[in-house]
Design a protein around this ligand. Sequence first.
Ligand SMILES: Cc1cc2nc3c(=O)[nH]c(=O)nc-3n(C[C@H](O)[C@H](O)[C@H](O)COP(=O)(O)OP(=O)(O)OC[C@H]3O[C@@H](n4cnc5c(N)ncnc54)[C@H](O)[C@@H]3O)c2cc1C
Length: 628
Amino acid sequence: MSVVEETYDAVVIGAGHAGCEAALALARMGQNTICFTVSMDSVAMMPCNPNIGGSSKGHLVREIDALGGQMGINIDHTFIQSKMLNSSKGPAVHSLRAQADKTAYSLSMRKTLQETENLTLRQAEVTELIVEDNKVCGVKTLSGAIYHAKAVVICTGTYLKARCLYGDVIEHCGPNGLKAANHLTHSLIDNNVEIVRFKTGTPARVDKNSIDFSKMEIQLGDDPVVPFSFSTNPEDVQIDQVPCYLTYTNEKTHEIIRANLDRSPMYSGVIEGTGPRYCPSIEDKVVKFSDKNRHQLFVEPEGLNTNEMYIGGMSSSMPEDVQYAMYHTVPGLENCKIVRNAYAIEYDCIPATQLKASLEFKNISGLFAAGQFNGSSGYEEAAAQGLVAGINAALFLQDRVPMILDRSTAYIGVLIDDLVTKESKEPYRMMTSRAEYRLLLRQDNADLRLSKIGYEVGLLSKERFEHVVEKERLIDEEVERIKEINVGARPEVQSLLESYGSIPLSNGIKLVDLIRRPELDYDKLAPIDPDRPSLSDEVREEVNIYIKYEGYLTRQARQVKQFKKLEEKLIPADIDYDDVNSLRIEARQKLSKLRPANIGQASRISGVSPADISVLLVYLEAYYSKNN
Ligand SMILES: Cc1cc2nc3c(=O)[nH]c(=O)nc-3n(C[C@H](O)[C@H](O)[C@H](O)COP(=O)(O)OP(=O)(O)OC[C@H]3O[C@@H](n4cnc5c(N)ncnc54)[C@H](O)[C@@H]3O)c2cc1C
């Protein structure tokens, strides 16, 4: 029997948030790429919350954009509401979040993939990896077709051996009833890939015509809207926005849940997979936070051309009748009609400690992995990994050194380092608290931190890179200019200070010191700085942050210097830890299993103590002096 046989440079398994970024990066870097999905109608599908961004996730989207990825541009074209979260706090935690029209988001991304040169999108289930001598050579699909390629990126998300559960109902399918992928896991195990089972859940969708919004708090979008992509003209995103709403559960809701916990597959033990701690189901919240008499619920539109409303904060796997009962206790949802039940989904994925920081498997050359398949949770986390895996698969094919973003360069660096270094027993979700250098890793300066890298790997366009170089020049020039300005205690200065409730001057002062006053900033002092050049919003924002936080930024930059010293102490790939005498057994076992690339990474492995690191440093000094 003859089978279809084709050859590509690269194969991407999955067209979810990870797969789309990986496939686009590969194709845009000149690699002839084929991207598989079990359904052409699920490209960049959002099976859960209808929004992109939010705390720390907004940072990831900006970083994806700065490197040349697609998510930021795609949401700027398809959002229906946008908000800058934490804007009353410091710039390190400012985070953009946009409500997406889910269908428009998916269609727009699919169109981008279909219009990209070097990229073929194909509906077929990949069932097998072709691996020879620990090198990946291609894949096979359900029909037996063979696709030869020297690089493969696995981005299978929540589909591998997926099953969906609510109450006693168990369906062997992927999200939204789509086909599950039930064969690839076996091939992975045959190639010595360790598999784990995770789970996540989603709330019900209810018909907006059955909701009484008068009993909820309206949540409006920002005006003006700030775009996600550095390439988007802010004028193009000032649209009419749709509202979201805030309501709460109450004791009645909690009583119904407590009374039916034994009927929840999560509590009856039917569900085997481990769920995300930071995205708990309503059952988990009621059990774990029993002191709380209410939990916030965000009621969000799923799109402009649907009546479906997403009840954020109430994901569950309770039986259908219990879902009706508990949703009907919520103010505004007393008569709601459920359009889609809440459910939990279990799926196969991997401990990402099997991967290098480039997201290539340690034991199979040319095989990369990204997204939920790596044990993370969230569209943004998936897209960030997909981009890195796609870029590194292309660099692998071009025989170039991989792009490794460390913890001091990007949230993406924190995300990947945590995944490949720390053994995680649950889906990993990004949070600002995970980043040591968060004042340096702000969402507003992602382009200044990463666009040079995006350009040098061959993904970001010259035009966008030159725009960033010019922006940097304008920022530096303006900061230098400002630092030279002294301000006298003139009447117009005094009245301006008074208008902001700021202490009047007794003597002359440096303009930078005025900017540093909490009640003042760079823009507010424009009237007393007549020679000020006309600068864009983004340049003025950077100048203000640089001057206001200079002390903290300088201190954090010093800490980064220390951090990099340990990151640059490389560990030979073939080191035999049994050879390092006074290492403790636990450390020896962990280091042998995880094989860190450098001392910095070794120091972040749980079970490896500072004393073990000192032993290792002494051993490496002797090793390198002997071998140099
Ligand atoms: C029910 C549910 C609830 C969720 N709740 C949350 C939440 O509360 N918070 C949160 O942060 N995230 C949540 N998520 C996770 C979020 O959806 C994912 O993080 C995100 O979609 C992951 O993107 P991905 O690209 O890794 O995978 P996915 O978006 O799942 O895409 C996987 C792609 O791989 C394809 N595929 C899989 N196997 C094969 C194969 N063998 N052959 C060919 N194609 C294949 C699929 O067709 C699809 O295109 C939830 C997901 C689901 C399903």
